[in-house]
Ligand binder design. Structure first.
Ligand code: GRG
Length: 289
C-alpha cells in the first residue's frame, strides 16, 4: 500500500535527521530544530527517495537531499507560524515552536534549519561529484528563495492588503512559488543525482504541486482540526481568495483530480516503474492531513 511506502521512507528520513541533529549543545535552538523536523507526512522527502529509485540512485545518497528538503520545509513552517506571519499555535498536532519556546528561538530554529538544508545537499556523502552537489544546492536555493517559496509567500502577504481579491491565474502563480517550488525540486532531485533528463518529473511535480495546494484549500474548508493537526477555516475567516473560493468546492475537487491525471500522464516515459509516484499523486488529493 502507498501509505506503507510513505511511512517507511518517512522513518528513514526521520532517522537520518535525528542522526545529523544528535550532536550539539544543550540549547533551545538545537532542541527546537529536532522538535520542528519531527513528524509530518514527509511527502517532499518521499518524492526525492522515489525519484532516486526511478533512476537507480542508491538510498545512501538519496537520503541527503530527502533530509535537506524536509529541513527547508520545516524551516518554512516554523517561520510561517510566527505571530508576524500566520500566527498559529498548532502545527502537526503540537504547539508551534514559538509557543513552546519563544519568537527569538523560532526565528533561529528556522534560520538554522534553512542553512542545514544546504549543508546536507553539499555533504560529500550525498554525491561523489562536487558539480552534482552544487547543482542540487543551486536549484534548492532557487526553489526556496526569491524565485520560489519566499516569492510565493511575499505575494501571499501582499495579497492581504490588495484592493481586489486575487484571480485564478494570480493564485496559481503564487502557489507555484509558495508550495509548488519545493515539491518540484523534490521530484527532480533523483534525476539531478543521476544527471538524467528532468522533464517528466518537472511536469509531474508542477501538476502535483498545484493539486497539493488545492487539496490544502479543501482541507481548510472540510478538514477536522485534530486530524489535520493545525487550525482550519482560517482562509474563509480572513476572506482570502483560494482555489475553493474561486472554483467552488466541487470545482476545486474536479480541478485537483484533472491535475492528478496530468501528473500521472507526465510519467508515461517511465511506464510501470512510476507506479509508486502515480499512487503518491492520488494520495495528495485523498489525504485528510
Ligand atoms: C516563511 C518563507 C516562508 C515561507 C512559508 C510553505 C509556506 C511558506 C507556508 C506554509 C503555510 C501552509 C500551511 C501552506 C499550505 C501548504 C503546505 C506547505 C502545507 C504543509 O505541508 P504538509 O501538508 O505538512 O506537507 P507536513 O506536516 O505533512 O510536513
Amino acid at each position: 500500500m502507498f501509505s506503507d511506502s510513505l511511512r517507511r521512507d518517512a522513518a528513514k528520513i526521520g532517522a537520518h535527521l535525528e542522526t545529523v541533529l544528535s550532536a550539539g549543545p544543550n540549547l533551545p535552538v538545537i532542541e527546537g530544530m529536532r522538535y520542528a523536523v519531527a513528524g509530518g507526512k514527509r511527502l517532499r522527502g518521499f518524492l526525492v527517495m522515489e525519484g532516486a529509485r526511478l533512476h537507480g540512485v542508491p538510498e545512501t545518497q538519496a537520503i541527503w537531499p530527502a533530509a535537506a528538503i524536509e529541513a527547508i520545509h520545516a524551516y518554512s513552517l516554523v517561520h510561517d507560524d510566527l505571530p508576524c506571519m500566520d500566527d498559529d499555535d498548532l502545527r502537526r498536532g503540537l504547539p508551534t515552536v514559538h509557543r513552546k519556546w519563544d519568537d527569538g528561538t523560532a526565528v533561529l530554529v528556522g534560520d538554522a534549519l534553512q542553512t542545514l538544508g544546504f549543508e546536507l545537499t553539499l555533504d560529500p556523502a550525498c554525491h561523489p561529484s562536487a558539480e552534482v552537489r552544487a547543482d542540487l544546492a543551486l536549484s534548492l536555493g532557487r526553489a526556496s528563495g526569491r524565485d520560489g517559496m519566499v516569492l510565493g509567500q511575499a505575494l501571499d502577504i501582499a495579497a492581504e492588503s490588495a484592493e481586489a481579491p486575487l484571480t485564478l491565474d494570480q493564485i496559481t502563480e503564487l502557489q507555484a512559488g509558495k508550495t509548488g517550488a519545493l515539491i518540484v525540486w523534490s521530484a527532480e532531485a533523483g534525476a539531478r543525482l543521476a544527471q538524467a533528463d528532468l522533464t517528466p518529473l518537472t511536469d509531474y511535480a508542477t501538476a502535483l504541486g498545484l493539486a497539493f495546494q488545492i487539496a490544502d484549500d479543501i482541507l481548510d474548508v472540510e478538514g477536522d482540526e485534530t486530524t489535520v493537526g493545525k487550525a482550519v477555516g482560517k482562509d474563509a475567516d480572513r476572506g482570502k481568495a483560494t482555489f475553493v473560493s474561486l472554483l467552488g468546492l466541487e470545482g476545486a475537487k474536479r480541478r485537483a483530480a484533472e491535475l492528478v491525471e496530468a501528473a500521472c500522464e507526465a510519467l508515461s516515459p517511465y511506464g510501470d516503474r512510476a507506479q509508486t509516484l502515480n499512487h503518491a499523486a492520488r494520495f495528495v488529493i485523498s489525504r485528510d492531513t
